[in-house]
Design a protein around this ligand. Structure first.
Ligand code: NAG
Ligand code: NAG
Length: 210
């Protein structure tokens, strides 16, 4: 379901391990940027702890959302920038991770799992699938009408693979927009600001990638 996919993807899209965190946030900042007042999706609450997110490590995700009719093929566009002193640095789309567009969320989780993007998204996809099943979200479209209430749901973020070390720890601004393909309606627009830092207490084989 679009709302949940986006939250995880926006976060997982921007894990970074290297660099310095300049202005760490202590809580996720989010706002609704959807000008479409008639959207079938209403997001009431999104929270992520701990903040900064530590990578590798566990995050706890809280989402309250409502879908008041059934929706099917929906695209998702992520636009992610790293905050820097004088200008924000756009994060590219690499191996389907980062500022990417996913053509149809109905298949995105399946694709993540079968193609194992960047060598980490297979595992994340599996976790997302399990999370969605706790909410009775079907594996395939259409989805809804329904309510989603995730309460501190735990997801495990693996170490960032070497191929994504273009990214670094820091503060990120992400905009996630989901558009229903059949109606052209913008169903989600979320504006998120979050911080990511390296989990330095992590040592040993499970903290090293490839
Ligand atoms: C869903 O909710 C929105 C806004 O609350 C409303 O405009 C829209 O008509 C609703 N759709 C249905 C199918 O109830
Ligand atoms: C950081 O890594 C350690 C060791 O693997 C782990 O126990 C701890 O939970 C991680 N921190 C977070 C915030 O997940």
């Amino acid at each position: 379901m679009a709302v949940l996919y986006f939250a995880i993807l926006a976060i997982s899209a921007s894990w970074l391990v290297e660099g310095n965190v300049k202005r760490e946030l202590t809580s996720l900042k989010w706002s609704n940027c959807n000008p479409n007042r008639n959207s079938p999706i209403t997001i009431q609450n999104v929270a992520v702890t701990p903040m900064p997110v530590e990578v590798p490590g566990n995050i706890h995700l809280t989402v309250d959302a409502k879908l008041n009719r059934s929706i099917s093929h929906t695209s998702l566009k992520l636009s992610i920038k790293r905050k820097a002193l004088f200008l924000d640095i756009p994060i590219p789309c690499l191996f389907h991770v980062g500022s990417c567009t996913y053509d149809d969320l109905c298949n995105t989780v399946d694709q993540m799992m079968t193609e194992d993007w960047a060598g980490i998204m297979g595992n994340i996809g599996k976790q997302i699938r399990t999370m969605l099943s706790t909410q009775q979200v079907p594996d395939h479209c259409p989805v809804g009408p329904m309510e989603v209430h995730l309460n501190s749901y735990t997801l495990t973020l693996p170490p960032v693979p070497k191929i994504l070390t273009f990214f670094a720890a820091g503060d990120y601004h992400a905009i996630a927009t989901a558009t229903e393909l059949t109606t052209g309606e913008e169903v989600v627009c979320l504006d998120l600001t979050l911080s990511i830092k390296e989990n330095k207490t992590c040592s040993g084989i499970s903290c090293i990638f490839g």
